[in-house]
Design a protein around this ligand. Sequence first.
Ligand code: NI
Length: 191
Amino acid sequence: MAILKIARMGHPVLLRRADPVEDPTAPEIRRLIDDMIETMIDAGGVGLAAPQVHVSLRLFVFRLPTAPMDQKSVAPDDRLAGETGPGPGPHVLINPEVVPLGPEMALGWEGCLSIPGLQAAVPRHASIRYIGLGWEGERIERVAEGRHGVIVQHENDHLDGVLYTMRMSDFSLMGFNEEVARFQPMLPPGS
Ligand code: NI
């Protein structure tokens, strides 16, 4: 496994539409996924899309941490009491499609490993359905809300060349992490 270099905002790879993964179970895709998970954890992120590591393919990894952020492996059923969903992960989604469930939007704070040090409040669909392929090429279909839904929408946007800054509605709600933590009202945490 290897830690990959993360593209930062301004690099054109972050602005192009990524190509579908033709063979989700190919060894080079498995290696890429392993490296992306290692890179995401090393960087302290909760999601990482392939274009962020200069690979313009439609896949991303994410996690839904209920445990300390530096914990590298978690049992699949280790989730918060009463929480529904897929568990903390790490999760992989290949060739995903995201469909909003209804018109409701919610504002939450998000960061991005390609926009280091900053975060912003971004409107996202409150509820989505997503489909895609997993580790073994198996079909995944889930409904996601809250932080889970925000992370999937954020990462899926990377596959279309969209950064969270392009989704913002109020540019006064953006700042450096430390200042936001000190001065902004607590909105639900984003990704
Ligand atoms: Ni991002």
